[in-house]
Design a protein around this ligand. Structure first.
Ligand code: C2O
Ligand code: CU
Ligand code: CU
Length: 486
């Protein structure tokens, strides 16, 4: 049995099984199969993909409206938040070099804005600017110039107005952005799987979170894939499917398994590996994405997420943040005549490696949680270097075009997934141990009472943006800072 709690995930990497398994945000290479447990057939309908909007002649112009809607979810009529009436919102498909124009109308009752998570674009003006605020009833026109050499992969968009992020994402506001590969990887079909969680009360209204739930990070009772409860996917044996998986949950970590099928990881976030890796499990912290290939084998498999222990929210609260139950996400049924085998996936470009770069500054970010002093008189405090977010303060000034090394120290008993906008992070060391392969992510998990060292190249764009815990309740409580590159 391959047990990959966040502690021994690291040990697996360390004992030379042949790959890395990073605490909390990692993957386990193929080994003898663990438990092959099939749960009862799901009663779901066929997986539905969100509407896809695709660029043409280098431009994609989209009108988005965020608004509350009455929709059908998991077999119930509920009130949720939607982009253009859908949950998830439409998928935006672009290529490097494109211009993406998004006109967002705020049909909510609170302020909102838009963030293009993981895109390497300018954080200024009407690009990925976190300081834009769109009041209820107002609109704003965003325009993102995507660099010609932008890494291909799966990204996503969601609201980012401080104080409202967790409620708005939990309520249903998210959608996928796909940056296409310059050279298509041959596959039979492509599927997007947006994993999210949500809770409704008996009247079909979204349940709010208690202070205690916010402290550990709220997890929804209903776990959805593209807004569906245990949808069904089907294929013929030998097909190669491209699965783009987004963890859009507000706080839930997912530890994915698909027993009985061959699962190959192309990369996490924008960090494409030079050679694809066959994996048993993929762990995605909130905000992370996986770009996968599934080579189908006859039989019925269940895509499930295993229980994941992300610590406790403090002895005083007695709260545990572990999701203790396994959750079935989807059923994958493979039957029919075999399909001719696909050629091997071509090697991908060699990823940049900052391990030998000249580091111009080193700093430490300490993530802490405590009682009292929280926002609006709440009982929780969630800080970075002892300070809660202040939109008027610049916490970290970096020199444009330099490489920095950040020591991320988690002094709390809960994991915190750190996300930095605009510039991805290369993971250099985990709990003091050097990482011996090249891993780039834009959300990096910092396990409880542990450290992670990352390097960042502040290149291509100058300006001001944020880094924060992607447990969105922690972000709203103040675990966010401002970085300015000049
Ligand atoms: Cu996905 Cu700053 O967020
Ligand atoms: Cu982001
Ligand atoms: Cu956190």
């Amino acid at each position: 049995m391959v047990d990959i709690s966040r502690r021994n995930a690291l040990i697996l990497g360390g004992v030379g099984i042949g790959g890395v398994a990073l605490g909390g945000t990692g993957f386990v290479l193929n080994q003898k199969s663990a438990t092959t447990q099939t749960t009862g057939a799901a009663s779901g309908a066929a997986l539905v993909l969100p509407t896809e909007l695709r660029s043409s002649n280098g431009v994609l112009t989209v009108a988005l409206e965020s608004s509350p809607q009455r929709i059908r979810l998991g077999g119930r009529d509920v009130h949720a938040l939607t982009y253009n009436g859908g949950l998830p919102g439409p998928t935006l498909r672009v290529r490097g070099g494109d211009i993406l124009n998004v006109s967002l109308r705020n049909g909510l009752t609170d302020a909102t804005n838009l963030h293009v998570h993981g895109l390497h674009v300018s954080p200024e003006d009407n690009s990925d600017n976190m300081f834009v605020m769109i009041n209820a009833g107002d609109s704003f026109d965003y325009s993102y110039a995507i660099p010609a050499d932008h890494p291909p992969g799966v990204y996503w968009y969601h609201p980012h107005h401080h104080g409202y992020v967790a409620d708005q994402v939990f309520g249903g506001l998210y959608g996928a952005i796909i940056v296409e590969d310059p050279d298509e990887i041959p596959a039979t079909r492509e599927r997007l799987l947006v994993i999210s969680d949500i809770t409704f009360d008996s009247t079909g209204t979204i349940s709010g979170a208690t202070e205690m739930e916010k402290m550990s990070g709220r997890e929804g009772e209903l776990v959805l894939v593209n807004g569906q409860h245990t949808p069904e996917l089907s294929a013929r044996p030998g097909e190669r499917e491209r699965w783009r998986v987004i963890n859009a949950c507000t706080s839930r970590y997912v530890q994915l398994r698909l027993d009985g099928q061959q699962v190959t990881l192309l990369g996490i976030d924008s960090g494409r590996f030079e050679s694809p890796q066959d994996v048993e499990e993929v762990i995605l912290a909130p905000g992370n994405r996986a770009d996968l290939l599934v080579t189908s084998r006859a039989g019925t498999s269940t895509l499930r997420t295993l229980p994941y222990n992300r610590g406790t929210s403090g002895a005083m609260m007695g709260g545990s943040a572990s999701n203790s139950a396994q959750v079935d996400l989807a059923t994958f049924t493979v039957a029919g005549a075999d399909v001719a085998a696909f050629a091997a996936v071509p090697d991908q470009p060699v990823p940049a490696d900052l391990r030998s770069a000249t580091v111009s500054a080193r700093r430490e970010l300490v993530f802490a949680m405590g009682m009292g002093g929280g926002m609006s008189g709440g009982m929780m405090s969630a800080t970075i270097n002892g300070q809660a977010f202040d939109a008027t303060r610049i916490d970290t000034s970096v020199q444009f075009d330099s490489v920095e090394e950040w020591m991320l120290t988690n002094s709390s008993s809960l994991d915190h997934p750190l996300h930095l906008h605009v510039w991805p992070m290369q993971i250099i060391a985990q709990d003091g141990q050097p990482v011996d392969s090249v891993i780039w992510q834009d959300v990096v998990n910092i396990p409880a009472r542990s450290t992670v060292r990352v390097r960042i190249a502040f290149n291509d764009f100058s300006g001001r943006t944020v880094y924060h815990c992607h447990i969105l309740d922690h972000e709203d409580a103040g675990m966010m800072g401002i970085v300015q590159a000049l």
